[in-house]
Write a protein that binds this ligand. Structure first.
Ligand code: HEM
Length: 363
């Protein structure tokens, strides 16, 4: 800090610390806990701002046609920072819950119709990560931005229309150069390996000395079920129908690339892409953890009452857990992982390309 910079000025503490105005005090019936309620929400909004700052920078970098390894390292670092912030956001609920439901009733009525439902930054985070508008739950058949100011509605519309992290990652995955490389055709070799793996599993079950004929029949049926899940993956038409039914969102090409990265994650050149995919899945999981924790707090605070924003309260919030997942497609891919021992061997020249030597040969 230079000699002219004063701590309180630099941090705009005068503005920050004078931004708490409990409604209960303004109306002459001060409720002690309202300050905690305000400060907790304000701290959340500050962290939301930081999360948006990170996501915006990640979007900017990944939007380029070519993303350098060094840039990818920075992107992963920033996404991992978002995860740490999310963990903190979940912990903050413990502090909020030191306020009892009775304490809350002292000022709750004064909040109507305001609600966290109107947090425009939270909506921007959801949109920039890639929650599509048509997947959103509605209540009273109204649009999720209906109760927001015109300025906030405009900002949210822009975040809805611009490419999201989901879209950008999909395009980045589609550009993965290693799906077909010389003689190596990942999808062909991987589907052959899966067929070999199931054939070996079938033989093992059929010849198992400790299994009765009924056990064998039951296990073979289970194996067939698992195998049919793989069949939808290898059949582009079945894949397209599951997309049309809304069961899958990620494009076929991007799904193949993501699987390649997850399966060959130990190869040096795939380490960062692997960490990138993992961090997206974790961001989604932590957001879901927050949603769950918040919904439990709401149950604890208001029981089954309506929310101040007019929703069915915890009932609505619990439904968002599944409906508002963003990177569900990536998480589901673990179904298609196969043991390392069954993975197709990479031809030596491809192995070399996926090692650190790749960069050297580019120079
Ligand atoms: C006493 C504490 C709290 C209660 C009782 C509560 C209650 C609710 C309720 C009932 C809703 C559903 C919308 C409605 O009808 O109002 C909601 C939504 C929401 N609240 Fe809270 N809340 C509390 C604390 C917080 C805090 C500290 C935050 C942090 C910013 C927050 C952020 C949100 C967000 C972002 C939504 C929208 C969720 C979505 O639509 O998926 N809430 N809250």
């Amino acid at each position: 800090m230079s000699a002219n910079t004063y701590y309180g000025d630099y941090l705009r503490l005068t503005q920050l610390l004078s931004a708490q105005h409990p409604r209960s005090a303004e109306l002459g019936r001060p409720a002690h806990e309202e300050t905690l309620f305000i400060i907790t929400h304000q701290v959340y909004e500050l962290w939301f701002k930081q999360i948006l700052h990170e996501i915006d920078s990640v979007l900017l970098t990944l939007q380029q046609d070519f993303v350098k390894d060094t840039e990818l390292n920075i992107v992963v670092g920033r996404l991992e920072r978002v995860i740490e912030i999310e963990k903190l956001l979940i912990q903050q609920i413990d502090i909020m819950e030191t306020m009892t439901p009775l304490d809350f009733l002292e000022f709750r009525d004064l909040l109507v119709p305001a609600s966290g439902f109107q947090s425009f930054q939270f909506r921007m985070i959801e949109n920039k990560l890639g929650l599509p508008a048509n997947k959103r739950l509605t209540y009273h058949q109204s649009h999720y931005t209906q109760s927001l100011s015109a300025e906030h509605r405009e900002m949210i519309a822009a975040s809805e229309n611009n490419p999201s992290l989901f879209n950008i990652i999909e395009r980045w995955l589609e550009r993965t150069p290693f799906l077909k490389f010389g003689d190596f055709d990942f999808w062909r070799d991987y589907s052959d390996a899966v067929k070999r793996m199931f054939a070996a599993d079938r033989e093992r079950i059929q010849q198992h000395p400790a299994l009765s004929p009924q056990d064998i029949e039951q296990r073979l049926r289970q194996l067939e079920n698992t195998e049919s899940t793989f069949t939808t993956l290898f059949d582009p038409e079945a894949y397209a129908s599951s997309q049309a039914e809304g069961k899958r969102r990620l494009s076929y090409q991007a799904t193949q690339a993501a699987l390649l990265i997850l399966l060959y994650r130990e190869r040096p050149i795939l380490q960062m892409p692997y960490r990138l995919l993992t961090s997206l899945m974790t961001i989604d999981e932590q957001l879901t953890n927050w949603r769950y924790r918040h919904a439990l707090m709401v149950q604890h605070m208001i029981g089954t009452k309506q929310g101040t924003g007019g929703s069915t309260g915890s009932e609505y919030l619990l439904r968002t857990l599944d409906a508002h997942r963003i990177f569900h497609d990536l998480i589901q891919l673990t179904t298609f992982l196969i043991p390392r021992s069954s993975l197709p061997e990479l031809p030596p020249e491809i192995d070399l390309q996926l090692g650190f030597a790749y960069q050297g040969s580019q120079a």
